[in-house]
Design a protein around this ligand. Structure first.
Ligand code: G4P
Length: 286
């Protein structure tokens, strides 16, 4: 099977609406935090954001680092920094790196504050918002920063709930509603990465095909993790299909008559991958 066959059913109308909404939200803030998924830093970024920002400072929060390959995360951070971007490693599930992220936002806001001071504007708070694709962890970060457990992001672009400014540090106010970005799906590789990490809903892609491609990918660089997790042995002759069959056998995924239950094994592998139980993987190599 080829990655070129992997298609996402996607309606471009969403993109236009998301862009308009993002433009109006960005106007309200001084700094934008773009949250990326450390497992797929390339696929979880949105090329549209740069157009919308209009030169406003941006800080990248590389989230879910607990589920990503640590060596790849370091390579990504190096790469992003070298291209002149400000980037912080975070794990919003535990709160690791969140303080450093606030410091980075304050630093990124310094030129703005200096400009205000020159104009004689004092005591004005810096306003910040968090943007990112669905399921990247925006609400989890907002809840951590705000110290409550209620913010839920609408997972559709252009949809917001009641917005409020919340002070999260001295002189720093956060928009408590995240901006939802929609990624570009035209590239099947990006569509694949978004599908298996859970950024897009399962009704718009072929789950079996996504898992076959995932297994094929993991067999290459992370074969040892597959062997350890499912108690199987890989051989050079294995294909995604034979590996799925081995996992199905090891997990007792059988239908009546002893036929392998492919649906079930696909579900298991996807769930294990998404929850991090399978191991720490980065699909977009730095
Ligand atoms: P969103 O607003 O960008 O759409 O994402 P949200 O915060 O809702 O997070 C999506 C899922 O990712 C949540 O799991 C959340 O707990 C998880 N998550 C966020 N940050 C991290 C992280 O740094 N590491 C890990 N491992 N997970 C993270 P969920 O299963 O959808 O919900 P729940 O189990 O938290 O209820």
């Amino acid at each position: 099977m080829s990655i070129a066959d992997f298609k996402i059913q996607w309606f471009p109308g969403h993109m236009t609406k998301a862009k308009r909404m993002m433009e109006s939200q960005v106007k309200l803030v001084d700094v934008v935090v773009e949250m990326l998924d450390a497992r797929i830093p390339r696929s979880s970024t949105n090329p549209m954001l740069l157009e919308v920002l209009g030169g406003k400072p941006k800080v990248i929060a590389l989230n879910k680092t607990d589920m990503a390959d640590a060596a790849q995360t370091d390579l990504w951070i190096d790469k992003l920094k070298k291209s002149g971007l400000t980037v912080c490693k975070v794990d919003c599930a535990t709160g690791k790196g969140v303080k450093q992220l606030i410091n980075a936002v304050q630093l990124a806001a310094k030129p703005v504050i200096d400009k205000w001071l020159k104009k004689g504007v004092r005591n004005r708070s810096v306003r910040v918002m968090i943007v990112g694709i669905p399921n990247v962890g925006k609400s989890t970060l907002i809840n951590r920063l705000v110290g409550r457990t209620k913010v839920v992001a609408a997972d559709k672009p252009g949809v917001t709930r009641g917005q409020q400014w919340v002070t999260i540090a001295k002189g720093l106010e956060l928009l408590d509603t995240p901006g939802v970005l929609w990624p570009k799906f035209e590239d099947p590789e990006i569509g694949f990465c978004l599908a298996v990490t859970g950024a897009i809903k399962e009704d718009v892609f072929d789950r079996e095909m996504a898992v076959e491609l995932l297994v094929e990918r993991l067999m290459g660089r992370y074969g040892a993790e597959l062997e350890a997790k499912y108690g199987i042995q890989l051989t050079p002759e294995d294909t995604d299909r034979t590996v799925l069959a081995k996992i199905a056998t090891a997990r007792g995924c059988l239908k009546a008559g002893g036929v392998l239950d492919l649906d079930k094994v696909v579900q298991i592998v996807l769930r294990d991958f998404r929850s991090g139980k399978l191991g720490r993987f980065t699909l977009d190599e730095a």
